[in-house]
Design a protein around this ligand. Structure first.
Ligand code: UT7
Length: 318
């Protein structure tokens, strides 16, 4: 026995930043950004904290699952960085929602949601949890260099959450990590130890072309592997909820599988790449739009820094 998704929630900052607004201070334009990435606008944190956003997404997920925070056995927060290094984002979310269970942050970059699902799977399988909350929350606007047009235009801030209970899922799940310290990197500042050289840290840097190629082949490989493992075929999957990093990556993965676009819902147009929050944000949107039916097959797939990948095939049980 493992898990099923009992409820979903999400939250985005109120501030919308359009491509045209970016072109006021960056040498870029709406045409380049939308044709190369599919992104029209993104949300950016202003006065809210990331904890505010994460707690809002968590509360919405709890409400849709009809579960009280006091019933939770564990909280997992995939994030690249919370509002503070410590206490962890998950501790702060736990305080905001009134939970009293253990809480842990996970950093698997954009693949964090699927990594958290795998950790949850192990807890459910071991009988160590009956109710778990996963909240992915990312403040990408704090990690990118706002003078670098090649990266800043791609990202946005958001939080997405799910509440899990015992169930039949997942049918198959696969994680990979292969160390690459060049293609997608950000360095933390050193401390002021008199025994080590000082380094101010860096903003996010990326080799977009290499990550693009890596992503397309990783998705394709995982779809075939996981479908085979679960004794099903890519044609049987109702929805592919892929990491929203670039519409052209999604389109390339779709065309390799030769499946219709309706099976690949997207929202990157409005939010950009929100790292680990990307898939739960899209999932929540689909659930609230009434697009998920009990028994449907979903394929989730993410990729990101590490390099990491995480894919999961599951049947919608709610
Ligand atoms: O969560 C996982 C993280 N990342 C990803 O998934 C990213 C994957 N990669 C990508 O999405 C694409 O590679 C990008 C969108 C990042 C870049 O698209 P591209 O088609 O690979 O463009 P490019 O990097 O080859 O750049 C083409 C040109 C360059 O100019 P030159 O050298 O040809 O003169 C860039 O300087 O486009 C220029 N450029 C821009 N121009 C206008 C780069 N960024 C911009 C910009 N506006 N914002």
């Amino acid at each position: 026995m493992a898990f099923s998704i009992l409820g979903t929630g999400s939250a985005v900052p109120s501030k919308v930043v359009t491509n045209s607004e970016l072109s006021i201070f960056l040498e870029t334009d709406d045409e380049w950004i939308s044709s190369r990435t599919g992104i029209s606008e993104r949300r950016v944190l202003t006065s809210e904290s990331l904890t505010d956003l994460a707690a809002k997404a968590a509360e919405r997920a709890l409400e849709s699952a009809n579960i009280a925070a006091s019933e939770l056995d564990f909280i997992l927060c995939p994030t690249l960085r919370g509002d503070q290094l410590f206490p962890s984002l998950s501790s702060r979310v736990s305080g905001r929602i009134g939970a009293s269970c253990p809480a842990l942050d996970i950093n698997a970059a954009c693949s964090g949601f699927v990594f958290a699902l795998d950790v949850a799977r192990a807890y459910f399988a071991a009988g160590q949890a009956r109710r778990m909350l996963i909240v992915c929350a990312e403040a990408m606007s704090r990690l990118t260099d706002w003078t670098d047009r090649s990266t800043t235009v791609l990202f946005g801030d958001a939080a997405g959450a799910v509440v899990l209970g015992p169930g039949e899922g997942p049918l198959a799940l696969r994680l990979t990590t292969s160390c690459n310290e060049e293609w997608l990197v950000s360095d933390v500042p050193s401390g002021n130890s008199p025994f080590a050289p000082y380094s101010p840290g860096t903003f996010l840097r990326m080799n977009g072309r290499e990550v693009f190629k890596f992503a397309v082949s990783a998705i394709d490989k995982d779809v075939r592997l996981l479908c085979e493992q679960a004794g099903t075929s890519p044609e049987d999957v109702d929805y592919y909820l892929l990491h929203q990093a670039n519409l052209r990556i999604i389109e390339a993965a779709r065309s390799r599988l030769a499946l219709p676009p309706e099976r690949f819902p997207t929202n990157i147009q409005h939010y950009g790449n929100t790292s680990s929050a990307s898939i739960p944000l899209l999932l929540d949107e689909q659930v609230r739009a009434g697009n998920m039916q009990k028994g449907q097959l979903l394929f989730l797939s993410a990729f990101g820094a590490g390099l990491s990948t995480g894919s999961c095939l599951l049947r919608w049980e709610a």
